[in-house]
Unconditional design. Structure first.
Length: 340
């Protein structure tokens, strides 16, 4: 997506130079400031559907993953499940419902979220602004890292990658050349050829955020699930975009819409991590989207209809070109990879 780039500073409304900010700061204020997009009462589900909202099968698959982690940990007395960037706690609620009673009885459930705790949330769920230390179990971050604000770089007519500044109305202008750790990150993870107009999102804050979340796991597994790209196929113009009420919009950092950019998950990976598609991960967790046998339609029509609906939902969660292409970054800590 592109939008107007003003580089002259001479337009009628450019004397408010204090309004220009890097995309990272502008997005941080627009999403998480006092009246930011994610503070709104309707929550993320009011504006877009994640896998969590698409089907309860997703929470069931995550519950199955938690059971695998439980086995790898030799069934500890206290098993932690951390829903990182929990929205309104929909995933952790679904996971608690789906767990076998014996495992649920040993599970401590946490929702980590910047927004306020919803009133009607299951009282067994602890609501925290950051992950608890010493997690023994599973930390699961669905669509968190794409909302960790990042700077944007764009190649200027001379072939130099410059930081992009933005105003509250979404107008952009180029600033100083990218330097220091941000330049190093681009060189390592997203080299920009000297072709004017090429853009990249500088994923450094996401790498740091993910490393810090993983550091809160003492033993177990951390999983980040997101729209992702890897070094062999970076999008030439980046993926910065907005979402409002179910529709993609221009990314305007005024608090009126979500602002998101796909995640360079390969850059986030720490040693020992594995990156796979959601399709492969859900298949490994037993969710295939296979249709029920036709014979069931005559022996138990109601069961057939239920199974058919489930197959449709599983197909959506694993669809090529859709949710199935999401990346799952598996980061085992002190246990073997439970999906191998
Ligand atoms: C796209 S929503 C995903 C919600 C939920 N995980 C799901 O899949 O439906 C992103 C959420 O991340 C939260 N968030 C962003 N940064 C966070 C942070 N550092 N700590 C906790 N929550 C965060 C936002 O408030 C928002 O609710």
């Amino acid at each position: 997506m592109t939008h107007e780039v003003s580089d002259s500073g001479s337009s009628a409304d450019s004397d408010d130079s204090g309004d220009w900010r890097g995309w990272r700061e502008a997005t941080g204020a627009a999403l998480y400031g006092p009246s930011g997009f994610y503070r709104r009462p309707e929550g993320p589900a009011g504006h877009f559907r994640t896998s969590v909202h698409a089907s309860p099968l997703f929470a069931r698959a995550v519950a199955r993953l938690l059971c695998h982690v439980d086995e790898a940990l030799d069934r500890p007395e206290r098993l932690d499940f951390v829903d990182m960037a929990a929205g309104r706690g929909e995933l952790v609620t679904g996971v608690l419902t789906a767990l076998p009673a014996e495992v649920a009885a040993r599970t401590r459930a946490y929702a980590v979220e910047l927004a306020d705790r919803p009133e009607a949330l299951d009282p067994r769920i602890e609501w925290l602004p950051e992950p608890p230390p010493g997690i023994t179990g599973l930390l699961f971050a669905n669509e968190w890292l794409d909302n960790v604000p990042v700077e944007v770089a764009e190649v200027d007519p001379a072939g130099v990658a410059r930081l992009v500044l933005v105003r509250r109305d979404g107008t952009e202008r180029p600033a100083e050349p990218v330097a220091g750790a941000e330049a190093d990150w681009l060189t390592r993870w997203w080299p920009l050829p000297a072709e004017p107009g090429l853009r990249a999102e500088i994923g450094l804050p996401r790498d740091t955020a993910w490393a810090s979340a993983v550091a809160s796991v003492a033993r177990g597994l951390a999983v980040a699930v997101d729209y992702a790209h890897t070094a062999d196929a970076r999008p030439p113009f980046g993926t910065l975009t907005g979402f409002r009420e179910g529709r993609e919009t221009a990314p305007v950092p005024d608090g009126s819409c979500d602002i998101t950019a796909h995640v360079a998950l390969d850059a986030c990976a720490l040693p020992g991590a594995r990156l796979l598609t959601q399709r492969a991960a859900l298949h490994a967790l037993g969710l295939t989207g296979a249709r029920p046998p036709l014979a069931l339609a005559s022996t138990d029509p109601a069961a057939y209809v239920r199974a058919l609906a489930g197959a449709g939902e599983a197909a959506e969660l694993t669809a090529p070109g859709g949710l199935g292409d999401f990346g799952w970054l598996l980061q085992p800590v002190g246990i073997p990879d439970p999906l191998l």
